[in-house]
Structures are given as structure tokens and as C-alpha cells.
Design a protein around this ligand. Structure first.
Ligand code: NAD
Ligand code: DAU
Length: 331
């Protein structure tokens, strides 16, 4: 299979590319990525010389470049997005542009060039918050943040292209990923690297908000399965089944690094902060998917990865990232 991976220089996309190249000797990948602040070719250093891999710098909103690459592939997996909730609260425009309009540009080109399969990478955040129980794929969408609303808008376009034009689409909605190469603005890499630098860990509100954590390669395995075996037109939830509140996650990271809890700093809560995400993954399980990583072991491995790969995150934190956060959030 020849696959167009968009947003492949980001966290999950780069882990997905590595998985596919390792698993399928005959597959080829074109990685179309705009290289926003979150796109980083360091994430793919180990595969960049593989002749089955090609990087194209470009924006999914650019119809010209998208229509150049689309005829060369059999399938599309769209990871490209503005992905950070706090940034969407600071300024929603880029989110609507990429996550909604960019998705439309990809869909339109996929339709024109009769691509075999179009897989949209979505998120459990489109369902909104849930106090008890878990969302299934047919539940209504009730996004809370400009980020999750833009992702829901992308999903709606995907569903419309399937219904109206018969485009062979698929959607996965995963829970919170963690693992190597995650940009240090998300709670796992931010808290690990802050602790290593002797900086405070800014915990929002009372720290009781709950997320369901999935190790990134378990999500990538699920995406791979849905891409190959998913039923066209369907949506698949992919969750780790590891619900933890933020205080617990913070405590586990500090314990792993043998750092004191006094490094935690309670800060103002995120606006519109969703209390809990939870998804029912029966449908993906029936397709044959199950996460293979134990949460505690994967957390340890992840902490170790950031301890051993300071080259990767120190240059990110010393530049644009720090400046942005100082300007927008004072941290
Ligand atoms: P990320 O922010 O690490 O990476 C996003 C990538 O997309 C970057 O390489 C960036 O350069 C690229 N990109 C952004 N705008 C683009 C554009 N207009 N054209 C081309 N490339 C563009 O994100 P991530 O955490 O790897 O998430 C990947 C996808 O998975 C996103 O769609 C996100 O909504 C979804 N998702 C993420 C999580 C999570 O926990 N990280 C969970 C569920 C779903
Ligand atoms: O649920 C899937 C989503 O998970 C993805 O769709 C998003 O792309 C991804 O960013 C992630 O969103 P969250 O908002 O859940 O992730 P984040 O790491 O930003 O925050 C996780 C929790 O930690 C959340 O309750 C807010 C809290 N938090 C986060 C940061 C960055 C803090 O307490 N302090 C922080 O500094």
C-alpha cells in the first residue's frame, strides 16, 4: 500500500510512520506536513533515509500540493491538526483552518482522485465530558473547546463525504496518548521535563480531572487495524482503559523521578475544562484490537525516554515554546 500520512512529523503521526515501515516491507509512505511549531523532523531521524519514505513540506489547506500528492497514493491517514486545547483557547483561528478546512481539502482531493481509503484521526474530546459511564461511537457530539469543536467539524465533513459522495472513509477517536516524541506542552512531557529542569509542575484547578491514557503505539496499532480491516463509513473508539486523575499522573511522574510533591504548583483552571473523558471500545475490540502495554510499565518507559533524550526536548523548550508560554500563560 502507498499511504499519504498528513501531520506525520508530529507526535502520533511519527510513531505511526515508524510502525508501518517496520511492519510492512512493501508499504510506502508520503509524509505531508506543514512543520508548524509541533512538527519536528527529529521525530523521524531513524527512518528518513528509508527509500520507502518521502517527506513533503506542505499545508493540507493548500489544494495545489494536496492534489499533487493524492494521485500517488492508495490511502490517506490524516493526523494533521492543531492539537493543543490551551492554544485553541488562546486563538481558535488556526484550529478551524486546519482541522475543518484542511480536512475538507483532503476529502475533496481524495474524492477527485478516487483514493481507496480515507482515515481521519479524531479524538474522544468530540463527545465532550462525561461524569459516569462511557461514550459509544453513536453518541452525540458535544465538544467543549475550540479545539474539540474544530475536530468535530472535521468529523462531520468526513461523514458527509461518505454519505453524499460514497467516499470510502473511516474515523478513529482515541483517548489521551502518551509516549516518546510528544511535544512538551502536553501534561506528560511538560511535567516530566519540568521536573528534570527543576521547574514547577503547573497543575490546573484541583487536579481531579480524569483522562483515559493510551500508550501511543497501542493507538497506532489500532489505527493500522482500522485502516486495513475497518468497515467503510464506520467510526472506531480507541482507548487505553487507564483512567487516572491528573493528581495521580503527576504523583506517578514525580515518584518515578524521585522528586518531591512540593514541585507541584496549583494554577488557575483551564477555561471550560472537561472533567472526564471515557470511551467504550467494544467495536475496535471486535475488530481484533487490544492495547498491549501495561500502563505503569509504559509510564516508566516514557519517563525514561525523556530522561535519556534531552537532545530532543531541550532545544524545543529553550526556544519558541518557552517564549510562547511566557507570553500566553506566564509559565
Ligand atoms: P501534534 O500536534 O504533535 O502534531 C500535529 C502535526 O500536524 C505536526 O507535525 C504539524 O506540523 C502538522 N500540521 C499542523 N497543521 C498542519 C497543516 N495545516 N498542514 C500539514 N500539517 C500540519 O499532534 P498529535 O498529538 O500527534 O495528534 C495527531 C492527531 O491525533 C491530531 O489530529 C489530534 O487531534 C489527534 N489526537 C491526538 C491525541 C493525543 O493525545 N495527542 C488524542 C486523540 C486524537
Ligand atoms: O483526549 C484526547 C486529547 O488529549 C487530544 O485530542 C488532544 O490533542 C490532546 O492534547 C489531549 O488533550 P488534553 O487537554 O486532555 O491533554 P493535555 O495534556 O493538554 O491535558 C491533560 C490534562 O492535564 C487536562 O485535564 C489538563 C491538565 N493539565 C494540562 C497541562 C498542559 C494540567 O493540569 N496542567 C498543564 O500544564
Amino acid at each position: 500500500m502507498k499511504i499519504l500520512v498528513t501531520g506525520g512529523a508530529g507526535f502520533i503521526g511519527s510513531n505511526f510512520i515508524r510502525l508501518i515501515l517496520g511492519k510492512y516491507p512493501d508499504d510506502e509512505i508520503i509524509n505531508l506536513d506543514k512543520l508548524t511549531y509541533a512538527g519536528n523532523l527529529d521525530n523521524l531521524r531513524d527512518v528518513e533515509s528509508d527509500e520507502r519514505y518521502r517527506f513533503v513540506k506542505g499545508d493540507i489547506c493548500d489544494e495545489k500540493i494536496v492534489n499533487e500528492v493524492m494521485p500517488q497514493v492508495d490511502a490517506v491517514v490524516n493526523f494533521a491538526a492543531e492539537s493543543h486545547v490551551d492554544r485553541s483557547i488562546g486563538g481558535p483561528a488556526d484550529f478551524i483552518q486546519t482541522d475543518v478546512f484542511g480536512t475538507y481539502v483532503l476529502l475533496e482531493a481524495a474524492r477527485r482522485h478516487e483514493v481507496g481509503r480515507y482515515l481521519q484521526i479524531s479524538t474522544d474530546e468530540v463527545y465532550g465530558s462525561i461524569r459516569e459511564g462511557s461514550f459509544t461511537e453513536t453518541d452525540r457530539l458535544e465538544p467543549s473547546s475550540p479545539y474539540s469543536a474544530s475536530k468535530a467539524g472535521g468529523d462531520m465533513q468526513v461523514m458527509a463525504y461518505h454519505t453524499t459522495y460514497g467516499l470510502p472513509t473511516l474515523i478513529t477517536r482515541s483517548s489521551n496518548n502518551f509516549g516518546p516524541y510528544q511535544y512538551p506542552e502536553k501534561i506528560f512531557p511538560l511535567f516530566i521535563t519540568n521536573a528534570l529542569e527543576g521547574k514547577k509542575l503547573p497543575l490546573y484547578g484541583d487536579g481531579t480531572n480524569v483522562r483515559d491514557w493510551i500508550y501511543v503505539t497501542d493507538n497506532c496499532e489500532g489505527i493500522d487495524l482500522v485502516l486495513h480491516k475497518g468497515q467503510i463509513g464506520e467510526i472506531y473508539n480507541i482507548g487505553g482503559g487507564n483512567e487516572r486523575d491528573n493528581r495521580t499522573i503527576t504523583g506517578m511522574i514525580l515518584e518515578e523521578l524521585r522528586k518531591d510533591e512540593n514541585m507541584i504548583e496549583r494554577v488557575a483552571d483551564r477555561l471550560g475544562h472537561d472533567f472526564r473523558y471515557s470511551i467504550d471500545c467494544t467495536k475496535a475490540q471486535q475488530l481484533g484490537w487490544a492495547p498491549s502495554h501495561n500502563f505503569e510499565d509504559a509510564l516508566k518507559e516514557t519517563v525514561e525516554w525523556y530522561v535519556n533524550n534531552r537532545w530532543w526536548w531541550e532545544k524545543i523548550k529553550s526556544g519558541e515554546f518557552e517564549q510562547y508560554y511566557r507570553e500566553h500563560y506566564g509559565k
